[in-house]
Design a protein around this ligand. Structure first.
Ligand SMILES: [Zn+2]
Length: 390
């Protein structure tokens, strides 16, 4: 059936082109029919694939597809309104759709993909068609730039420090009714203060400055908003761990992965993700965030997040001798999912361990943890960025 559609389409294209040749002064290199589906305009993906000779793969289970062109790669997923073209995230009001077996891209996204992949071409809409012409100028897109993966980045613009939990969500409750949300805020404030002293010209922001409830998605939204204004940032979420066993102690740093290191890591993630039940979900579309997250897994960001986690863990290990380093782990934390930048989650210790809980409430111990975290962040920045003011 697809073949028939393609044959009909190509015939239509051939018939339509002479008219355009006459009308446009530029050289037409392709023409795509604009389809009205629902209340938006779409371009057939098969038309694009055939015209530009994209290599392509499609997974029928996840309904995720990839297009390859020379060194370029485009990732899309049916039902989602984000497309990743190389390192640029192309957003749309409308999702990619599948209609009678055929896949369609919102026209805006199709245009932007063309602009990115083929800077020598330009697109125009005319008489129900999207016309691709030999270039006159390159259009800038207003999308979030995730960064190229080559070489060092110029500078770091902002660091978001996220004190876990808050308000109606106390987080873990430990020995002596100590609440996680109180400790995370204290340590986060100390981290922010130290960062301000040690990295000049970098914006340091806390996702919350007092005891208030913040949805998990709001935490990454805050950081992604910064990402639009400035270019480079990192996200650090601070938490306190809990265990059914009072004997377990130590600190660990996580980065996002859908394949947790082990059962412990899975449990920690489940614990931290629990807050979602406290959130008000009306009208929320988590699908998109899930999708970005899925894409991030395949990019530089995961690698950098893992580097950041290693440096932070090492920094803490150097400062803290009293409790053991539990290492760097992978887990599926919701708060890290929507992040479009290197992001880690630190479990600074176990609130359920009598001795560690006592230390976690001490100002001097909190300072030690903060100092270790900041050392790690600075080592990471030095590795990845050309300039850093001391
Ligand atoms: Zn937590």
């Amino acid at each position: 059936m697809r073949k028939n559609i393609l044959i009909i389409l190509s015939t239509l294209l051939l018939l339509a082109i002479p008219d355009l040749w006459a009308k446009e002064k530029g050289t037409v290199s392709a023409l795509f029919k604009i389809r009205r589906i629902g209340n938006s305009n779409y371009i057939s993906l098969y038309d694009l694939i055939n015209n530009f000779k994209f290599e392509n793969t499609f997974d029928i289970i996840s309904r995720r597809g990839k297009l390859y062109y020379r060194s370029h790669r485009v990732v899309y997923r049916v039902g989602y309104s984000y497309i990743l073209a190389d390192d640029t995230l192309i957003k749309s009001e409308y999702p990619v759709i599948q209609n009678r077996g055929e896949i369609f891209l919102p026209i805006l996204q199709a245009e932007k993909i063309a602009a990115l992949l083929f800077p020598a071409l330009k697109t125009e809409r005319s008489k129900g068609s999207l016309i691709v012409l030999k270039r006159t100028r390159r259009k800038r897109t207003g999308d979030i730039k995730i960064r190229g993966s080559k070489g060092l980045k110029d500078k770091i613009d902002f660091i978001i420090v996220d004190p876990g939990h808050g308000g109606k969500d106390p987080g873990a409750i430990g020995r002596g009714r100590i609440k996680e949300k109180v400790i995370t805020l204290k340590i986060a404030q100390k981290v922010a203060r130290r960062l301000k002293r040690r990295v000049g010209g970098v914006k340091i922001r806390l996702t919350r400055r007092r005891d208030r409830f913040l949805e998990l998605s709001a935490r990454t939204d805050i950081s992604n908003r910064y990402l639009k204004k400035d270019n480079n940032g990192i996200f650090i979420s601070i938490h306190v761990n809990a265990s059914l066993s009072g004997r377990i102690s130590g600190f660990e740093t996580y980065f996002l992965s859908q394949n947790p290191t082990n059962e412990d890591a899975r449990n920690t993630a489940a614990l931290e993700n629990n807050v979602i039940v406290l959130e008000d979900h009306k009208g929320k579309k988590y699908g998109d965030i899930d999708y970005i997250e899925a894409m991030m897994m395949t990019t530089q960001i995961q690698k950098e997040s893992s580097m950041l986690a290693s440096e932070i863990q090492r920094g803490m290990r150097r400062k803290i001798k009293r409790f053991k380093s539990r290492g760097v782990r992978k887990a599926d934390f919701y708060v890290l999912r929507g992040s479009l930048m290197p992001a880690v989650l630190i479990e600074v210790g176990f609130i359920t361990n009598r001795r560690e809980a006592r230390y976690l409430t001490k100002n001097s111990y909190q300072e030690k943890i903060a100092a270790g975290i900041v050392d790690g962040v600075i080592r990471f920045i030095k590795k990845y960025y050309k300039t850093i003011k001391k």
